[in-house]
Design a protein. Sequence first.
Length: 401
Amino acid sequence: MKYPGQLKNSRFRKLWFSDGLTSMSDQIEMLVMSWVIITKTESGLILGIYSATRFFSTIFAPFIGGLIDNFNKKSALMTSRIYMFIHSMIFLLIAYNKQLGTFRIIFITFFYGIARTSDRISRESLTQLLISKENLRNASGILRSTMDFAKIIGPIIGASIYSYFGITQTYILIGFLYFLSVIIITPIKIEGINQNKIKIVEEIKIGFNYLAENKILISVIFAAALANLILFTLPGAYLPFIIKDILNGNASDLALFNSYTAIGALFGSIIMSTRDISNNPGKLIFVSLIFWHCTMFVTSIISNKIILGIVLFAYGTAGSISMISMAVLILSIAKKHMIGRIIGVRQLAIFTLPIGLVISGYLIDIIGIVISIQVVASIGIILTLILAYKSKNLMIYRNTN
């Protein structure tokens, strides 16, 4: 059988398939638990806290990145996905015994967040080892498109099983998918075990010092931090309330509108993996960020389902182009022996997401959905323009491949 692009690489193909299953499980759980919390509490703040808990552990990302740089990347990835399977079994038992309280959900999810952070760093580090520099854009686009496809079908499948059979059966599916994701990457053979004694504090310092000397990487990380602070709050905090309170929908409707965003992201991923649309990634990043913010703002002024679906499609496309451009730039510039530490520091950018989610949830409770979206999106546009003006090195950077 002939495979397209970097899927010809059998080791990368296994990673790709495993990533798809992991992403699908993650998306199913995110949607189902968000709906459970919103129906139990009716609170934007509680929903924001839950969503934030999934990402709060990114504060440990530099520490995790330093560890991963000194270990076999595949072993690190398998460890995180084994824990994800264990996590799903814990929730399965709690749901079966009908003890799924809000506090338990948030507490257990915190530890899942640590595994999720480790998983992302391990996956990106492993990708850089498996794929040559000139093929990173195609490989990153393929991985991103797979995750986007999982975001389309995962929530729809999860919402259907949850609606018809309940949360216990949903977690049986989630656990099964995590289990398969571990089995699939087991045959991958990779070198890269560092037998030297690990000095974590020194490793982290090396990562920060290396980053401090590269103004382009700093600008990319600030751009990623801004996107997480502002833009990713739409699906994590605002969209469930738009569906429930404005459109009077249910969990299946939330899955459907999430899929519009994911379809747009998939479209953006395909563009990025098949076409070199710009040799100036800096300008592409900031233009797509501005458009991304504009689509978020527009969601606050429309109530027509069809138009909302189109806007969410555009939102997903802009986000995919922006985030893939950032990821490829980091993988292209960072040295191989530093990649875990750099990605670990870059993961700190995601720490702004839980902050944004909690603030957004609080604003929903205080000033309502419409005004809070408009305020947050407007602030994001202003900050993006300021960052673009300050990021001169990134704006003039040109691809050499």
